[in-house]
Design a protein around this ligand. Structure first.
Ligand SMILES: Cc1cc2nc3c(=O)[nH]c(=O)nc-3n(C[C@H](O)[C@H](O)[C@H](O)COP(=O)(O)O)c2cc1C
Length: 435
């Protein structure tokens, strides 16, 4: 039976927008190595294939309505590659995947950072390629806005090629380090990239030995046609956000369908949608856990989450109806959620609560069997090869998943009970890679 791949998105103190206020959560956890150590070691105890770090290059979002920003926890966090390098020394098996932008970095630096993480962890590193869309990110790198969409993807595509080229600077057996003869490496086994392209000129070679797993694993998070093309050509794993089985199946078929044209087989690229499980021993208990978190959402934060689509609603009654968007600046973006509010009869408070939980990812609230069924259905239905688990709050929601759902998945033979390799590629069942 094919096994379900499992990532844990170990972001901050969890994904729920009120996570930091939960009684079990250490509120300065996102700045504290001991918080991440506990999370990473628990992920390893539950036999996750990898932990995954999203990243942003700025404090995103305006302070709208005024005062909302000072109530959000996203303003203080550690740089993820540095953090994962520390976690490499505190774990043995779990993969360590960080997001890295192709818009605000140079390929030589990125190649070097991820390959260093790979060596420090004995072959457990992965790079989640993103193109960074935020205006706030742009402002920190000398731009007034994020570069044009097509330009970002052209650059991303070339960027990934350069990084992979640099990772292939040396054959695996290039370094002789022969004290007797005095020969440190075999010059035949060193490859100078000499890349000259539209966006980059990079000579190489990278001054670092080849990865213990051939190349670090490449993740790609992007949904557009351009994104799917780059993924099918260069990625090992695609991280995506899909709500329904039909949408996930269509995405799966679309990305896998592009592999043959790139000379690749279906098994060489894994698709892992995000999944937020809220697990209880009974469905009532799971619902109660969800509600407890929802009740912690500060109204200003709730309103801020609606701001970019509905504007400032702070003068309206939270428990009254959602007003029709009048400002033309918001009208086009507001339509979907305004219609949702009307259809469901949501108040403003109910609307932000309904949108708050999964940040666009699928949310499953129920027992271990419910969550395992939901995962199995998508895997068997060719909608997913695995899941990036998006915990509401850390580490408690991870422990709920690990102690309740993992044993159920193991009982069904859907996930491993022991690690059987040493590298992230081994964990994911991916072949060693090289150009
Ligand atoms: C599931 C998922 C996760 C993402 N994670 C990040 C992230 O951590 N940091 C970031 O800057 N962008 C992230 N992105 C944004 C993408 O890199 C990209 O800029 C955006 O999705 C627009 O491209 P697209 O239309 O191809 O999806 C993510 C996108 C998706 C779909």
């Amino acid at each position: 039976m094919k096994q379900i791949k499992l990532g844990l998105s170990a972001w901050r103190m969890g994904y729920h927008i009120a996570a930091w206020r939960h009684p079990s959560v250490q509120p300065d956890g996102s700045m504290d190595l001991s918080h991440f150590k506990a999370v990473a070691q628990a992920a390893e105890r539950y036999r996750f294939d990898l932990i995954f770090m999203p990243d942003e290059l700025a404090i995103r979002g305006e302070d709208n309505p005024e005062g909302a920003r000072s109530r959000g926890s996203h303003v203080a966090e550690l740089e993820p590659i540095t953090l994962l390098s520390a976690l490499a020394a505190l774990t043995q098996h779990v993969g360590l995947v960080s997001t890295g932008s192709t818009t605000y970095a140079e390929p030589y630096n990125t190649a070097r950072q991820f390959l260093s993480l790979d060596h420090l962890s004995n072959g457990r590193a992965g790079w989640n390629v993103v193109t960074s869309w935020g205006k706030e990110d742009a402002l920190n790198f000398g731009h007034l806005a994020a570069p044009d969409y097509n330009l970002r993807y052209e650059r991303a595509s070339e960027f990934v090629d350069v990084v992979r080229g640099l990772w292939n600077s040396w054959d695996a057996d290039a370094f002789l380090r022969d004290k007797e003869s005095g020969l440190f490496f075999d010059p035949q086994k060193m490859h100078v990239l000499d890349h000259k392209g539209d966006h980059f000129n990079v000579r190489g070679p990278l001054h670092m030995a080849r990865s213990p797993q051939g190349e670090p694993v490449i993740f790609f998070a992007g949904d557009s046609e351009a994104g799917r093309d780059v993924a099918a050509r260069a990625a090992d794993v695609v991280f995506t956000a899909k709500q329904t089985l039909e949408d996930a199946q269509a995405f799966y078929a679309s990305v896998k369908g592009r592999l043959a044209a790139n000379g690749r087989t279906e098994d060489e690229l894994l698709i892992m949608p995000g999944l937020m499980p809220i697990v209880g021993r009974t469905r009532e208990e799971a619902e109660a856990k969800h509600e407890a978190l929802q009740n912690l959402i500060d109204p200003l934060i709730g309103l801020a989450s609606l701001y970019d689509r509905l504007g400032d609603l702070s003068d309206y009654d939270l428990d009254g109806p959602v007003p029709e968007p009048k400002d033309p600046a918001f009208r086009s973006r507001a339509e979907v959620i305004y219609k949702l509010a009307q259809k469901e009869g949501y108040t403003i408070r109910q609307l932000y609560m309904a949108l708050a939980s999964g940040r666009g990812h699928r949310v499953v609230i129920g027992t271990a069997e419910d969550v395992a069924d939901a995962m199995q259905e998508w895997q068997e239905g060719r909608a997913a090869d695995g899941f990036n688990i998006i915990p509401t709050h850390l580490p408690e929601a991870l422990d709920d998943f690990g102690t309740l759902v993992i044993p159920e998945l193991q009982r069904r033979g859907l996930v491993r009970t022991e690690y059987d390799g040493t590298s992230l590629r081994d964990n994911l069942g991916l072949p060693k890679r090289g150009l």
